[in-house]
Write a protein that binds this ligand. Structure first.
Ligand SMILES: Nc1ncnc2c1ncn2[C@@H]1O[C@H](COP(=O)(O)OP(=O)(O)OP(=O)(O)O)[C@@H](O)[C@H]1O
Length: 248
C-alpha cells in the first residue's frame, strides 16, 4: 500500500472550550480520494479545520502527520506551504482583493485564464473575492482557488452544497480534473471530501468512505456502498462483509 500522506492519531479537539472531536483516527494514502459522511454536528467541518490549523480549534490530545512530518503545532501558512489546501463551506469575503489580484499574488494568472471558463467564472476577475458572491458562486470560486494553488492534499467541505444542478457537473468535473492529473510535473492529488448529497460521487473516483458520528470515525467502507446504505438506513455502517475496501 502507498505511504499515507495524512495520518491522524486519536485526535481530540475542542472549539471555544467545547469538545468537538473525541478520538479521530484516520489514514489517507497518497493519491487516494476519501469521502466523509455524517449527520449535522458530527464534527466533519471541525476535523477539516483542525487539519488545516484554523481557529478556534484546539487539539487537546492526539497527533496529525502530513508527509511524514508532525504538523499539529504548525501555523496554517506552513501547512499550506507543505501542500495542504482547503475549499471552505463559508469562506470570508476579502474586501479590496480582486480575483485577479489574488491570482496574480499566487502566480497563477495564466491558469485563471484557462480554468475560469470551465467553472463559468470568466466574468469575475475584477470582483473582490467572495464579496457579494452567491452561495453557488462562492463554491465555484473555492474549487477554482484550489485549481490555481494545486495543493497535494485537498480538503473539500461540502463542495456541491448550494450549487445549482447545472453547475454541480462543472464543479464535479473540475474536482475530478484537479485530483486526476498524473504526470511527473503534476502528480495525482489526495483528497478528503465532505458530502451530504453524494452528488460528487458521480464525478470523482472515490476510494474510501468514512462515517463520522459524535466526533469519531464510526467505520470505513466502499464510498458508494456506504452512501447507499446511509440513504436507505440512516447514519450507520453497512454489514461488515460489504464494508471494507481491500486498501484499508
Ligand atoms: N467554533 C465553535 N464553537 C462552538 N462549537 C462549535 C464550534 N465549531 C463547531 N462547534 C460544534 O461542534 C460540533 C460539530 O460541528 P461541525 O461543524 O464540525 O459539524 P459537521 O459535521 O460539519 O456539521 P454539518 O453537517 O451541519 O456541516 C457542533 O455541535 C458544533 O456546534
Amino acid at each position: 500500500m502507498t505511504a499515507p500522506i495524512l495520518e491522524i492519531r486519536d485526535l481530540h479537539v475542542s472549539a471555544d472550550g467545547l469538545p468537538v472531536l473525541h478520538g479521530v483516527t484516520l489514514s489517507i494514502p497518497t493519491g487516494e480520494t476519501h469521502v466523509l459522511f455524517g449527520p449535522n454536528g458530527s464534527g466533519k467541518s471541525s476535523l477539516l479545520a483542525t487539519i488545516m490549523g484554523l481557529a478556534p480549534y484546539q487539539i487537546t490530545s492526539g497527533e496529525i502527520w502530513l508527509k511524514g512530518r508532525r504538523i499539529d503545532a504548525l501555523p496554517v501558512d506552513q501547512r499550506a506551504q507543505m501542500g495542504l489546501g482547503m475549499s471552505f463551506q463559508r469562506p470570508p469575503p476579502l474586501e479590496g482583493v480582486t480575483v485577479e489580484a489574488f491570482t496574480a499574488a499566487i502566480g497563477a494568472t495564466a491558469l485563471l485564464e484557462t480554468e475560469a471558463p470551465a467553472l463559468d467564472f470568466g466574468a469575475f476577475a475584477e470582483r473582490d473575492v467572495n464579496v457579494g458572491f452567491s452561495g453557488g458562486e462562492i463554491k465555484r470560486w473555492e474549487i477554482l482557488k484550489l485549481f490555481l494553488r494545486r495543493p497535494d492534499l485537498c480538503l473539500f467541505d461540502e463542495p456541491e452544497s448550494g450549487v445549482d444542478l447545472e453547475h454541480i457537473a462543472a464543479v464535479g468535473k473540475a474536482i475530478d480534473r484537479l485530483l486526476g492529473a498524473n504526470t511527473p510535473a503534476d502528480p495525482q492529488r489526495t483528497a478528503l471530501v465532505i458530502t451530504h448529497t453524494g452528488f460528487i460521487l458521480d464525478y470523482i473516483h472515490a476510494d474510501v468512505g468514512h462515517l463520522m458520528v459524535d466526533g469519531r470515525i464510526a467505520g470505513s467502507a466502499d464510498p458508494r456502498i456506504l452512501f447507499r446504505h446511509i440513504k436507505a438506513h440512516g447514519y450507520s455502517m453497512p454489514p461488515r462483509d460489504t464494508s471494507v475496501p481491500s486498501s484499508i
